[in-house]
Design a protein around this ligand. Structure first.
Ligand code: SAM
Length: 259
């Protein structure tokens, strides 16, 4: 088969180090009977060992050339290929419980994580490779530089752990940055606690929209001084000082006020 030229616009860096591939597949721990979907199988570096262990799996891929290769390589009863954009894919239609994996295209990692978060109810776990810098933001603690909207919105829904790092040399072509493997486990729905999740999202976006400003300014549309007092919250703080539970308390206070 002719060589595939990596496409930058699809964030293509293909894993080529067999030890790293094995380590990632071991971390996923695929078991016969699992329903697994891989986002961006590419040249099948991870797909191959996964199909081997599972018998059958799903993939979502956008690049037509890569899709043609996958179709040649695998019988439909071993691989179900969903052609298209993972950002628009309805992961819910694969049924629950679903496991999601992938060496994600780095150019769309943040919107893809937000899209995937909306399917948390159907998912048992997700294991992804992402830029290390993005993984550090996902798992960041309040008060740190990396802590922001992504940290709060994902930590609201998932327990997350950075498993290990992968150096640029493990890929062809080599990316400029180090990557990390992250595992995401959805929290039980009764642990989440926000009465209105869209409102929580708007409040968190406002709080981190202007990082240098205090909550008094950034949350002006949601809270006035008596609200801060009722919440026992210092309006002179910046958004980065508050934990997920604080944001949930704010959102529920605003929801009650508006009701
Ligand atoms: N899994 C392969 C590996 O580890 O070698 C390839 C990983 S490469 C970083 C990202 C893959 O995602 C490519 O196959 C690319 O074509 C695919 N991709 C990029 N954007 C996508 C999108 N919006 N939806 C689905 N797949 C996408």
């Amino acid at each position: 088969m002719t060589e595939h030229h990596a496409r930058k616009r699809f964030g293509q860096n293909f894993l080529s180090d067999p030890n790293i591939i094995r380590k990632i597949v071991d971390a996923i721990r695929p078991a016969a009977g699992d329903t697994i979907v891989e986002i961006g199988p590419g040249l099948a570096a991870m797909t191959d060992p996964l199909v081997e262990r599972l018998g059958h799996m799903h993939v979502v891929e956008i690049d037509r050339d890569l899709i043609a290769r996958l179709k040649e390589r695998y019988a439909p009863e071993r691989l179900t290929i969903h052609e298209g954009d993972a950002l628009k894919f309805d992961f819910g239609r694969l049924g629950a419980p679903l496991r999601v994996v992938g060496n994600l295209p780095y150019n769309i990692s943040t919107p893809l994580l937000f899209h995937l978060a909306s399917f948390a109810d159907s998912v048992t776990d997700m294991t992804f490779m992402l830029q290390k810098e993005v993984v550090m933001r996902m798992v960041a603690e309040p008060g740190t530089e990396e802590y922001g909207r992504l940290s709060v919105m994902l930590q609201y829904r998932f327990r997350m752990a950075r498993l290990f790092d992968v150096p640029p040399g493990a890929f062809r072509p080599a990316p400029k940055v180090t990557s990390s493997i992250v595992r995401m486990l959805p929290l039980p729905p009764d642990k989440l606690g926000a009465q209105d999740e869209a409102l929580l999202g708007r409040i968190v976006a406002a709080a981190f929209g202007q990082r240098r400003k205090t909550l008094r300014n950034t949350l002006r549309d949601f809270l006035d001084e008596p609200d801060f007092a009722a919440l026992e919250l210092d309006p002179g703080l910046r958004g980065e000082r508050l934990g997920v539970a604080d944001y949930v308390a704010i959102a529920n206070h605003v929801a009650r006020k508006g009701a």
